[in-house]
Design a protein around this ligand. Structure first.
Ligand SMILES: Nc1ncnc2c1ncn2[C@@H]1O[C@H](COP(=O)(O)OP(=O)(O)OP(=O)(O)O)[C@@H](O)[C@H]1O
Ligand SMILES: [Mg+2]
Length: 361
């Protein structure tokens, strides 16, 4: 349905310099696709979604919708907007209209549907999203989750072929996220073509036919949920889907501020809710960097916390080294024994840059 080539979008910063949000987007979106767009904040996900609806005219590149170039100045945007619906983070229901009027309004005035039919179809949609019993209520009397479900019904009332969702649950109280995701899950089984920008990774993994991982203004990696979540190719994708948080220290020589490293590690553990591991971590970091690997400089110490599994580990990386430092003579065996005793596992592994000893806590 959509064919996007070399899509770019830039803004001017306040100081007059150019900021490229979308650097080069290329993709095909086919009928029946359910695509979740995931990625860190500020990487252009919303900008990309909005450009598919021409709410954000691109700086360059082409977007074909059903074979027609919607970026062409002569293209009639009303044609596009009728066929492509959008659901936003904030629901923006008409505050002075009741729920049914909100849903029936656009079909009546934009599609010239007679009022009886619009009301009948509106009620059917409200039933679908579980809101039929509140048809006469004003939006202000509804919860956020209920308002978003009405907003979805209102969007569907135009019988769109594609619906773009921009973080439809992120403005909601956590207790209401589930009801909106359930409604969306139902739309997937109705074979609606959907693009969903979301931070709900589990949901994305379960409902999508494809995932776009966006980073650096590009579709950095795309694939099936099994590929993106199970065996991502790029390290940035991997870090994002596994929720890997990192803290890195470079020990250049022995004037390094080891106390500073201790307090950095402590703050990290508190932030990610693993404070019970602080004491072991600090001991391991000290033994490894100051005793076991004391003659290896520079030494990179990288602390990682993996949200998906709750694993905390600290890795010691030596550049350009082709074998494990633990197999070198002169290693302090007693210090190493203590490290092993305080950890779940010690992994020795080659990397593209050198050698890494990873201690899993
Ligand atoms: N109209 C604008 N003018 C200037 N800069 C903008 C404009 N719209 C977006 N940006 C910038 O472009 C960048 C990408 O924005 P975008 O909203 O597309 O990111 P996102 O991936 O949706 O992020 P999030 O996950 O936080 O919603 C941001 O740094 C934002 O400040
Ligand atoms: Mg966004």
């Amino acid at each position: 349905m959509f064919s996007v080539s070399h899509l770019k979008k830039s803004y001017y910063n306040a100081d007059g310099s150019l900021f490229e949000v979308l650097k080069d987007i290329n993709c095909e979106i086919n009928k029946g696709d359910v695509i979740s767009i995931i990625g860190p904040s500020g990487t252009g996900k919303s900008t990309f979604l909005r450009s598919l609806n021409m709410l954000e005219p691109p700086s360059s590149g082409k977007i074909l919708f059903c074979g027609e170039d919607i970026t062409d100045r002569n293209y009639q945007l009303s044609k596009l907007r009728r066929r492509v619906g959008m659901v936003f983070q904030t629901f923006n229901l008409f505050p002075h209209m009741n729920v049914l009027e909100n849903v029936a309004y656009a079909p009546r005035y934009l599609l010239n549907v007679d009022s009886a039919t619009a009301a009948k179809e509106g009620m059917a949609l409200l039933k679908k999203v579980g809101m039929a019993d509140r048809a006469g209520a004003l939006p202000s009397t509804l919860s956020g989750g209920q308002q978003q479900r009405v907003a979805i019904a209102r969007c569907l009332a135009m019988k769109p072929e594609v619906v773009l969702f921009d973080e439809p649950t992120s403005a909601l109280d956590p207790s209401m996220v589930g009801e909106v995701l359930s409604v969306m899950r139902q739309l997937v089984s109705d074979n609606l073509t959907m693009l969903i920008v979301t931070h709900q990774l589990k949901f994305a993994q379960n409902v999508s036919s494809r995932i776009f991982y966006m980073d650096e203004g590009r579709i950095y990696e795309e694939g099936t949920p099994a590929q993106i979540f199970g065996s991502p190719v790029h390290s940035k994708t991997k870090a994002f889907v596994r929720g890997i948080k990192k803290l890195v220290f470079d020990v250049e020589n022995d004037t390094f501020d080891f106390y500073g490293m201790d307090s950095g590690m402590t703050a990290f553990c508190i932030k990610y809710g693993v404070s019970e591991k602080i004491s072991n971590l600090l001991h391991i970091a000290e033994e490894m960097s100051q005793v076991v690997l004391r003659s290896y400089r520079p030494l990179r110490v990288a602390l990682s916390y993996i949200e998906q599994t709750g694993e905390l580990n600290v890795a010691f990386m030596i550049k350009d080294m082709d074998h494990s430092p633990l197999s070198d003579g002169g290693i302090d065996e007693i210090a190493m024994m203590m490290v092993r005793a305080m950890s779940r596992e010690v992994v020795e592994e080659h990397t593209s840059l050198g050698f890494r000893v990873k201690v899993v806590l």
